[in-house]
Design a protein around this ligand. Structure first.
Ligand code: NAI
Length: 328
């Protein structure tokens, strides 16, 4: 049997945690032959820790054959010890009267501490996925706080936007989501993200040609994908949780197990590709192989796309500037 992999999850007693942990323990994250140990972090608060114990009781009651162990933590220094994968889901939500700036700062504090803890105690190969919002900037902060880990180990979740875009394109073209290739989402996990089907194909046919409607792209598709999170809150009275957990599973699964040449979207530190400044955590089309991702190169960026990419980049640069003083 394989040696168990250690998967740390923060915000483990939250909404997303409740959809995520059972799937990790069921083998959906790292494969049906890979035992896992869950290292669960929650805030140091009686209610949160008690709720976490309840979730762990339910995990026990599932009797997952692949769940080789689990521990509860309130300190990232123990939660991240030897972690092979770290899913950073817990974050500070925006409270009443809280400005965007306050939100950035509250989260900067959390992700500085967690980045330092990863730097100190996690596996040197730890794969980090930040889900907690603002996800790209939180990932940037964690990365900057972990100078002894390779920067490429830090990623942010754009996969929910990617999956949302896939479903919209499938519905529009009357095709199956599984047959759509070469779709991607550029930029920030926020309404400014740019979902791009210009290169997408179904059975070798161009999706752009099938749709052939730039107004639909601009006025329906992009706003629908960009504002989907708000639409879910409006309908459900709570933010996306199961779909977010599913996207986190997809992201790490594909990173670890490979995409066999197919594209997906990950928020990764830029290497300067497409004029995105180095180090900014940006949604890019990637392929993955042997546990490494590669940004798809050489794509043509037309005027409309350049405008969209510049807009989402400007937002990320503004967020980065907003936390720069905390990273000194
Ligand atoms: P939630 O509020 O139900 O759960 C968050 C949990 O994190 C809470 O139990 C809280 O106690 C815990 N937490 C807060 N600070 C922590 C810390 N420093 N260490 C450990 N745990 C901590 O929220 P939910 O719905 O599970 O969402 C979590 C985050 O994911 C939010 O920031 C949300 O905006 C974000 N999100 C991101 C998406 C993406 O596509 N990137 C999609 C959907 C949600």
């Amino acid at each position: 049997a394989k040696t168990p992999k250690r998967v740390a999850v923060t915000g483990a007693a939250g909404q997303i945690g409740y959809s995520l942990l059972f799937r990790i323990a069921n083998g959906d994250l790292l494969g049906k032959d890979q035992p896992v140990i869950l290292q669960l972090l929650e805030i140091d608060n009686e209610k949160a820790q008690k709720a976490l114990k309840g979730v762990m009781m339910e995990l026990e009651d599932c009797a997952f054959p692949l769940l080789a162990g689990m521990t509860a933590h309130s300190d990232p220094m123990t939660a991240f010890k030897d972690a092979d994968v770290a899913l950073l889901v817990g974050a500070r939500p925006r409270g009443p009267g809280m400005e965007r700036k306050d939100l950035l700062e509250a989260n900067a504090q959390i992700f500085t501490v967690q980045g330092k803890a990863l730097d100190a105690v996690a596996s040197r190969d730890v794969k980090v996925l930040v889900v907690g919002n603002p996800a790209n900037t939180n990932a940037y902060i964690a990365m900057k706080s972990a100078p002894n880990l390779p920067a490429k180990n830090f990623t942010a979740m754009l996969r929910l936007d990617h999956n949302r875009a896939l479903s919209q394109v499938a519905a529009k073209t009357g095709t199956a989501v599984g047959d759509i290739e070469k779709l991607c989402v550029w930029g920030n996990h926020s309404p400014t993200m740019y979902a791009d089907y210009r290169f997408a194909t179904v059975g070798g046919k161009s999706v752009k040609d099938m749709i052939n409607d730039q107004e639909w792209n601009r006025d329906v598709f992009l706003p629908t994908v960009g504002k989907r999170g708000a639409a879910i809150i409006d309908a459900r009275g709570a933010s996306s949780a199961a779909s977010a957990a599913n996207a986190a599973i997809d992201h790490v699964h594909d990173w670890v197990l490979g995409t066999a040449g197919k594209w997906t979207t990950m928020g990764v530190p830029s290497d300067g590709s497409y004029g995105i400044p180095e180090g900014i955590i940006f949604g890019f089309p990637v392929t993955t192989e042997n546990g490494e991702y590669k940004i798809v190169q050489g794509l043509e960026i037309d005027e409309f796309s350049r405008e969209r990419i510049n807009k989402t980049l400007a937002e990320l640069e503004e967020e980065r500037a907003g936390v720069a003083h905390l990273l000194k």
